[in-house]
Design a protein around this ligand. Structure first.
Ligand code: VGL
Ligand code: ZN
Length: 199
């Protein structure tokens, strides 16, 4: 069990209204997320952080459109509008996010040829980001997750955390979904099956 941490997934401008990959009401989570940041001793943030011609962008695949799915060497990959380009305003944290207390910021998706939804592994579900080792070394075994988007980066982080043996709770009032082709219902079921608590 050990210590507890709050993990805040991708609360960045591009996932909020007006952003390149806006999640409906993405900015509405900010009061809940900021309250949780205030109440947790340990806070970790993730930041989606892509090179400017990242392989998850539809714009680099001739004849493809955002939200289509393609086969990559590591499996199926959804194509996205260009988003969260390293150093861009869209990749910055939402201005209302009270992020200063964070002890660690995990950047992900920075390798050109592979996407990374999860805070723990890239989309091959095998290449680690280092977060599990960090948490274990610090004696943190219990995690609460919030952020964007529920059915992609939050959900894959939750599945990996549960698989790695962390005790995981998702605060759904601190999350909003993209909901692509029923992904919200499918990922909710998978998170439950994995043993996560959905609160
Ligand atoms: C995300 C799609 C692409 C997310 C990141 O944060 O959920 N979704 N990149
Ligand atoms: Zn991304």
């Amino acid at each position: 069990m050990g210590q507890e941490a709050l993990i805040v997934i991708d609360v960045q401008n591009d996932f909020c209204p007006g952003g390149a990959l806006a999640v409906v009401d993405g900015d509405k989570i900010l009061p809940v997320v900021n309250d949780l940041i205030g109440s947790f001793e340990h806070v970790i943030l993730t930041q989606d952080w892509h090179p400017d011609r990242h392989s998850s962008f539809a714009s680099v695949h001739k004849g493809r459109e955002p939200f289509q799915t393609i086969q990559m060497s590591y499996g199926e990959q959804t194509l996205w509008p260009d988003h969260c380009v390293q150093g861009s305003g869209g990749a910055a944290f939402h201005p209302a996010l009270k992020w200063t207390k964070a002890e660690l910021i995990v950047r992900k998706g920075f390798r050109n040829d592979i996407d990374s939804y999860s805070a723990f592994f890239e989309n091959d579900r095998a290449t680690p980001t280092g977060l599990a080792g960090y948490l274990r070394e610090r004696g943190i075994g219990t995690l609460t997750l919030v952020g964007l988007a529920t059915d992609f980066c939050v959900a894959y982080s939750v599945l990996d955390a549960a698989r790695l043996g962390f005790d995981v709770t998702v605060r759904l009032d601190g999350c909003r979904a993209i909901d692509l082709g029923g992904s919200m219902q499918a990922m909710t079921e998978r998170m439950r099956e994995a043993g996560a608590t959905l609160a």
